[in-house]
Design a protein around this ligand. Sequence first.
Ligand SMILES: Nc1ncnc2c1ncn2[C@@H]1O[C@H](COP(=O)(O)OP(=O)(O)OP(=O)(O)O)[C@@H](O)[C@H]1O
Length: 206
Amino acid sequence: MSFDLDCTVQPGDRPIRASFSSNARLTALVGPSGAGKTSVLNAIAGTLHPISGRIVAAGEVLFDSAAGVDLPPEARGAGYVFQDARLFPHRRVLANLTYGEKLARRAGWIGRDEVVDLLGIGHLLDRWPATLSGGEVRRVAIARALLCAPRFLLLDEPLSSLDAEKAERLAALIERIRDEISVPILLVSHSAEEVERLAEQVVTLT
Ligand SMILES: Nc1ncnc2c1ncn2[C@@H]1O[C@H](COP(=O)(O)OP(=O)(O)OP(=O)(O)O)[C@@H](O)[C@H]1O
C-alpha cells in the first residue's frame, strides 16, 4: 500500500480528519484552501502530531495511536518538498544536494549524477539558492529530496506560481520520477489540469 491513513489532526481550532487508502504510484491530495492538505503531509512526515489514528506509508506503520507507534520524523523516510522549497540559503546548490545524500539510509539508490541529470540542474551546482529562478529552486529541492533515498515523496504544490513553460517542464519531470523511480508520491495540488495529468488516484479533503 502506498498510503493508508485514518487520522485526525488539529493544527488550528478545528479537527481535520483524513481517511484514505491508495496503492497508486502518484496520489493527488486536493481540496479548498484551509482544508488541511499541508497538515496531512506534515502528519505523515511526523512534524505534526495527530490527535488519534493510524498512518501507513510505503507499507510501514509510521503512527498508530492505539498501538503506541509514533516514529520520529527522521525514521520515517519521507522526501518532503515544501511549498516554499526551503533550500539552505548559505549553501550552494551542490552542498544542498550533498546534505540530502548524508541523510540517505539505503545503499544502491540512484546516484547524484543521475538525479542531477533527471532534473536538469547540472549547470546550477555552483550557484547560491538566492540566484535561482522559482522553477530552478523547485528542481533543486526535488533533487535534494530524492537524494535522501526516501521511502516515499511528499510534494506540496510543486508547480504553483511557475509560468506555463516551467510548470510543463517540471510536470514532465514529476512524470518521469513517477514512472522510473519506485517511490510512492503524495502530491498536493490546486490545479485540476496537473492532477488529471499526474495522478492515478485523487483524494479530496473537504
Ligand atoms: N500552525 C498553525 N496554527 C494555527 N492554525 C493552523 C496552523 N497550521 C495550520 N493551521 C490551520 O489549519 C487549517 C489547515 O491548514 P493547512 O495549511 O493544512 O491547509 P491547506 O489545505 O494546505 O491550505 P492551502 O491550500 O491554503 O495551503 C487552516 O485552517 C489553517 O489556518
